[in-house]
Design a protein around this ligand. Structure first.
Ligand SMILES: C[S@@+](CC[C@H](N)C(=O)[O-])C[C@H]1O[C@@H](n2cnc3c(N)ncnc32)[C@H](O)[C@@H]1O
Length: 510
């Protein structure tokens, strides 16, 4: 099974298709602004590179949402690239290029990649080996423009300290078995489960940390687990080591990639703040924070010489941004998960902002007037709502039909879909998550639309289709057949027509 192009990376099982909002240009820019760094200009053309794009889902949606950007998505797995390329072609997206190349190829031939404003790698850094981690730095060094932003997410220490031996053991055990990665991984897990009954001390002494991981292994998609546990170079990393490596590419740490994280200091207890204040070095401070909160995953944002900005410039940049409500207008619970714990805020301010946005999208400046909230409180409220995906930024650029063309292609994938899948939402430059049934409804809706005939009932068409194939309907582990299946589909159709479809139209998905 060991093919040399894999470089110790497990590639016989395709990765799951996911959408990662943190990689969006607007999300990264807003994070930069809130951490005090000048953003990249994105209202005109810009260049974006995603390294290790997997099935290309994030890159495809971003390309559809940002027609002014040029996107390059790289992965060495031909199965990933061929699928992603096919979808881009079917959707007629001409601002994205998928390259079947390794990180090493990019380092060896400078001409393969242009200078970029953004370089992002999500779910890569921990899973490749040291040599490839160096290639990633070298690519940033060679191809990031001055002022450009880099996003890097990885499994972090000390959160994995107790679990790393389990990863190592599963990796080693899986090499003893035959079959593809899924089969070998499953045999390794089977061995560990039997072994645990003998009460090995490692499992007993580290139970608090291991239990959630073992549950995660029980409940997660095996295609994801193979990628989490079977790569030879897998390493959970210390922030300081990552930051040191990134500095070789003249990259300065900006902060965690989430604008709400700019407020994390406000919820750190005072005594802890005093401890942190004794440390000058940012790496030492991050290390202490990671110890305090037992961080196991980091999403870091770096900048290459981005200008530091003050509060006045932050407000200037934020004032003209428009906000759209993307969650319920009836909300009363406002708690937000940050890297340093749970944040709350003034419930009345959240309610006022949500009430105002429920009527129509408003700019920061307009919201300030409408809610009579002081600027600094309003900005904090907006960042918590945006960071937790309750509001989005309105995309004010000229619309193209790229979004609807891509969503048609994605909806047609509903046949093979067993998990929620994101589709592009052009009005807000982000994505909307649809469960497989909603996706199938969208597919039928678009198909009947393009044939110019309105299907009498999507539920009936689906029922016929499922029945003719002898299939039943399984939702959240419950299976529906016959009349029960019909009743369930009818109910789902109602909520699709009354709720999902109008929301999709409002968000610019269709
Ligand atoms: C864990 S997946 C993450 C995919 C995607 N970024 C996501 O989060 O859904 C890692 C991806 O990196 C690719 N990859 C790993 N090593 C690579 C290398 N040396 N060169 C290019 N791609 C690589 C794999 O093929 C895989 O698609």
């Amino acid at each position: 099974m060991s093919q040399s192009w894999m470089q110790g990376y497990t590639s016989d099982i395709e990765y799951t298709a996911g959408y990662y909002r943190e990689q969006e240009p607007a999300f990264l820019n807003l994070s930069a602004i809130m951490h005090g760094v000048e953003p990249v200009l994105i209202d005109k053309s810009f260049t974006y590179c995603e390294l290790g794009c997997g099935m290309g889902h994030t890159a495809l949606i971003m390309a559809a949402n940002y027609p002014q950007g040029k996107f390059i998505a790289v992965d060495f797995n031909p199965a990933h690239i061929s699928q992603a390329k096919r979808m881009a072609e079917e959707a007629g997206l001409d601002n994205i290029e998928f390259l079947e190349l390794s990180f090493e190829d990019l380092v060896n031939d400078y001409s393969l990649l242009p200078l970029c404003d953004f370089i992002t790698f999500h779910g890569i850094y921990t899973w490749v080996n040291d040599e490839n981690r160096q290639f990633l730095t070298d690519i940033c060094k060679q191809h990031l423009k001055s002022g450009g932003l880099v996003y890097n997410s990885y499994n972090a220490q000390p959160g994995w300290a107790a679990v790393a031996p389990l990863q190592k053991t599963l990796n080693l055990l899986s090499q003893q078995y035959s079959g593809n990665s899924l089969e070998r991984f499953s045999s390794a897990v089977g061995f560990i489960n039997e072994f645990r009954e003998l009460k090995p001390r490692y499992f007993e002494f580290n139970a608090t940390m291991l239990e959630p991981r073992l549950n995660n292994i029980k409940n997660s998609d095996p295609s994801y687990l193979v990628h989490e546990y079977l790569h030879e170079g897998w390493q959970a990393l210390y922030f300081s080591d990552v930051a040191k490596k990134m500095s070789q590419a003249k990259l300065d740490y900006v902060g965690l990639a989430n604008p709400a994280e700019a407020y994390s200091y406000t919820i750190i207890p005072d005594k802890f703040k005093q401890q942190l204040a004794k440390l000058e070095d940012f790496s030492a401070r991050e290390m202490i924070k990671d110890l305090a909160y037992n961080t196991s995953f980091r999403k870091d944002l770096y900048s290459r010489g981005g200008r530091r900005i003050d509060a006045q410039r932050q407000v200037q940049l934020l004032n003209s941004m428009s906000w759209v409500l993307t969650s319920s207008k009836e909300q009363s619970e406002f708690t937000f998960n940050l890297s340093v714990g749970e944040a709350t805020g003034n419930v009345e301010t959240y309610k006022k902002v949500i009430k105002a946005l429920a009527k129509k999208p408003l700019t920061t400046k307009e919201l300030e007037k409408a809610t009579k909230t002081p600027t600094s409180n309003l900005i904090q409220t907006l960042m918590f709502l945006y960071g937790s995906n309750k509001i989005s930024l309105k995309n004010n650029l000229k619309k193209t039909n790229n979004v609807s063309k891509l969503n048609k292609v994605l909806a047609a994938e509903s046949i093979n879909q067993r998990q929620a899948l994101a589709i592009a939402a052009g009005e807000i430059g982000t994505a909307m998550l649809l469960n497989p049934i909603e996706l199938a409804f969208l597919n039928h809706h678009l198909e009947s639309d393009s044939k110019g005939s309105k299907a009498t009932s999507i539920a009936e068409t689906m029922l016929e289709e499922l029945s003719s194939k002898g299939l039943s309907l399984t939702i959240s582990g419950k299976t529906y057949e016959g009349d029960k299946m019909k009743k369930h589909l009818k109910e789902m159709e109602k909520s699709w027509i009354n709720d999902t479809l109008p929301r999709m139209q409002e968000m610019g998905c269709v």
